[in-house]
Every structure is written in structure tokens, then in C-alpha cells.
Design a protein around this ligand. Structure first.
Ligand SMILES: NC(=O)c1ccc[n+]([C@@H]2O[C@H](COP(=O)([O-])OP(=O)(O)OC[C@H]3O[C@@H](n4cnc5c(N)ncnc54)[C@H](O)[C@@H]3O)[C@@H](O)[C@H]2O)c1
Length: 386
């Protein structure tokens, strides 16, 4: 078993999810490579204290990320920091020759993403991917295999989305994800958009143009110090894209919803593909279940609901009948990152993490979406590589 020694920069919500996944790597009996967390960096003492308490393997604790980059024991870095820091931190990590899992949106805006892409091109020996865990849910993997095989036939339409209700309460104090200087002009598009784009992009479906409608529903929030602060970012966004399926050369409509104010939706990720032979849908509200409708033999058009249990892409010790959860998806995503880094390619099309090129496409889409909303017009998406 080869060990890859990791540094984590940004030890908040996602940094700790990775550490927890690394701590139960024994869950994956067939992996021949494992992560070990040896260094952590955060500007918050509370976050660092959690790592000190739980990880004997951590030898370096710092508030300056450059210390991690100078550490020869660190082979790879997971960087999970606010979006305004992505460009500088990611470029410095890559220039230091460390393999990197970055977080979405992979740059606060299109110029930041372009700078990161240039840096990656200048360092071809560095393995770089972006985090996105939902496609590793077994029911989604089943949907992905159907997409890969082409069994749905000609695509009629695709609907994907990520819906939260975490900002329904206007009295919820503001945090960095609602401030444009940390989160960027994209707002909910940058924050949530990679999740509903990952599978369609990997399928090769390319948005040609977009008409977007964005909403700012809560314009100020408590600042946590007794006053109020402007809430500048987009809360909700719907993108309607004319999309090319390279398999048929035909265009189909793809609707993407990213919403932080979606009543009744705590953390709902969904993907629906309607085809001329079969349709298939997944919704995280019913996380084990996939629905499939097969009318290829011209019978009744009736949904079939199938429970998937724990049929994971990377074999797990959990019994096949048991339910799958968010932290399981994070563990599977990290298995995908390490597997591809170690073996040079993912086991299959949909068992790889988001590539830098896919983040670049997402930036071109989100930037076009901002323009579309501003001008109330349909805007072309430059689909070519940069
Ligand atoms: N893949 C997912 O499902 C998912 C979910 C949530 C967030 N994210 C992404 O992860 C990234 C981080 O989000 P989060 O929710 O973990 O945020 P968070 O606020 O919980 O954590 C960010 C951490 O970065 C630290 N930090 C800030 N400035 C720093 C600096 N200069 N040096 C070192 N550390 C610094 C903060 O103290 C904090 O602990 C974002 O890009 C976000 O979009 C991804």
C-alpha cells in the first residue's frame, strides 16, 4: 500500500470531511494507495485544534500556507478555502510541484480560472482535480452507466440542479458565502453550479448558449455584531442551455437550477435524463433510489424504482444492502482522486473527479449566464478549450 502524504490548506467544513475520510480508509479494501494527513494550515485556531486532537499523523500545524508548500514531506495538497483565495493558493501549490485537489468554483471568476489553467499547463507533472462528490452516489453511478452506454437513445432534455433552503431565514447572519468579495459575482452559480454540471460535462454535453435568470431575494442580513450587512450575491439562479450531444450531433435543452432559497429543499441534488428510448432520474431526497422508464419496446410508460444500496464504484466493506450517505460520497471521491493520481487514469468515464478543463467550461458557462441575466438575452457559451 503506497501512502500519499497530504497537507490540508483550509481546515473548515470540507477540510475536515477529507480528514475524516482519510481516517476510515480501511473502508476501501481494494485500494492500493492511501492518504495520510501530515500537515494542516488554517487561520482559525479552533479548526487547527480539531486536527491536533484527532490526528497523530499531523506533524506540521501552521497559519501560513507557504509553510506547507515548503515542506518536502507533503506530496499532495487539498485546498478548501474561500473563493477569493483560489487563484493565488492554487497557483502557488501547483508551482511548488504538489499534486492538488482544489475546490469549486476553481477561481473566483473567469480570469482567476484562466490563471490557474495556465499554471496547470506549465506544470504537466502535477496532478490536479476539483472536488465534486455527488456523482459517486451508487444510484448516480447507475444513471451515469446508462448515459455512457447511450441506452436512453436520442436525448430529449436534461434537468440538473442543486437546491438548498439554508438561506430561507432572512435573520441568518451573513457569512463569506454571501459576500461578493469572498464568493465572487457568480454567487450561487459559483457556489453550487459545479455540482449539477459535473455529470453532463463528463457525458460530453456542451452548452452552446445560455439564458439565465438570477435572483437576489435577501438584500441584507445581520452582520453578527448587532448591525446589518449588504447581502450582495445571487441567491438563486436558473440556466437554460441549448446543448450539443456529440453522440447524435443534435441539440437538446438542459436546465440547471442552483438555489440557496428553495423552500423544502435542505440539500437536494438531482439529475434527470429524458431520452427517446429510456428516461432515468435521481434525486438525493431518495438517495438510494434510481427511477428508470423503459419504452424502447413500446410498452407502458411506467417508472420503475430501483434501490441501489451500497454498490459503490470503489469497493467498500459496507454490506451491499445498506444505505449510502454524504460522507460515503466524499470517501468515494477521494478514492477516485488517489486512484487516478496513482494509476494515470480513472477506472471508467464517470469514476473520475472533475478535471481542470471541466472547471474552465463551467466558468465560461457561468460568465455567459451573468451576461445573459444582465442583458436579458441568450448568450453564446465559448465551448472550446482556452
Ligand atoms: N464539494 C463540496 O460539496 C463543497 C461543500 C462546501 C464547500 N465547498 C467549497 O470548499 C471551499 C471551502 O468551503 P468550506 O465550506 O469548507 O468553507 P469554510 O469556511 O468552512 O472553511 C474555509 C476555511 O478556510 C480557512 N481560511 C480562510 N483564509 C485562510 C487563509 N488565508 N489561510 C488558511 N486558511 C484560511 C478558514 O479559517 C476556514 O476554516 C470553497 O471553495 C467551497 O466552495 C465544497
Amino acid at each position: 500500500m503506497r501512502t500519499v502524504r497530504f497537507g490540508i490548506i483550509g481546515c473548515g467544513l470540507m477540510g475536515r470531511e477529507f480528514a475524516s475520510a482519510a481516517a476510515r480508509w480501511c473502508h476501501l479494501p481494494e485500494m492500493d494507495v492511501r492518504p495520510e494527513i501530515v500537515a494542516v494550515c488554517d487561520t482559525s485556531d479552533a479548526m487547527l485544534a480539531w486536527f491536533r486532537q484527532h490526528f497523530d499523523s499531523v506533524k506540521q500545524v501552521t497559519s501560513d500556507y507557504r509553510d506547507i508548500l515548503a515542506n518536502p514531506d507533503v506530496e499532495a495538497v487539498y485546498c478548501a478555502v474561500p473563493h477569493n483565495l483560489h487563484q493565488q493558493f492554487y497557483c502557488d501549490i501547483i508551482r511548488a510541484g504538489k499534486h492538488m485537489m482544489g475546490e469549486k468554483p476553481f477561481g473566483i471568476d473567469l480570469p482567476a480560472n484562466r490563471a490557474i489553467m495556465e499554471c496547470i499547463a506549465e506544470h504537466p507533472g502535477v496532478f490536479v482535480r476539483c472536488s465534486s462528490e455527488y456523482p459517486f452516489i451508487p444510484a448516480m453511478q447507475r444513471l451515469c452507466r446508462m448515459v455512457e452506454s447511450g441506452e436512453c437513445g436520442e436525448i430529449i432534455e436534461v434537468n440538473t440542479g442543486f437546491l438548498h433552503s439554508s438561506d430561507m431565514d432572512p435573520e441568518k447572519p451573513i457569512n463569506w458565502k454571501r459576500m461578493a468579495r469572498f464568493n465572487g459575482e457568480y454567487g450561487c452559480l459559483g457556489d453550487l453550479g459545479m455540482h449539477p454540471c459535473h455529470v453532463p460535462f463528463r457525458a460530453g454535453w456542451v452548452p452552446k448558449n445560455v439564458r439565465a435568470i438570477l435572483s437576489k431575494l435577501v438584500t441584507e442580513r445581520p452582520d453578527g455584531k448587532g448591525g446589518t450587512a449588504p447581502c450582495e450575491t445571487w441567491d438563486n439562479g436558473t440556466m437554460f442551455c441549448e446543448t450539443l450531444d456529440p453522440r447524435t450531433g443534435k441539440l437538446f435543452p438542459w436546465t440547471i437550477k442552483t438555489q440557496r432559497i428553495a423552500p423544502g429543499e435542505k440539500d437536494t441534488w438531482y439529475c434527470e435524463v429524458l431520452g427517446m428510448r429510456k428516461s432515468v432520474g435521481y434525486n438525493s431526497k431518495n438517495t438510494d433510489s434510481i427511477r428508470i422508464m423503459d419504452y424502447s419496446q413500446k410498452g407502458e410508460q411506467a417508472w420503475q424504482h430501483i434501490d441501489m444500496g451500497h454498490e459503490t464504484a470503489f469497493k467498500s466493506i459496507t454490506g451491499g444492502i445498506f444505505e449510502f450517505g454524504f460522507s460515503d460520497a466524499v470517501l468515494q471521491m477521494w478514492a477516485a482522486f488517489l486512484y487516478e493520481m496513482e494509476h494515470g487514469q480513472a477506472p471508467s468515464l464517470f469514476t473520475g473527479c472533475v478535471t481542470p478543463e471541466e472547471t474552465a467550461l463551467s466558468h465560461r458557462l457561468f460568465t455567459a449566464a451573468l451576461e445573459s441575466h444582465r442583458n436579458q438575452s441568450t448568450v453564446p457559451v465559448d465551448a472550446g478549450l482556452q
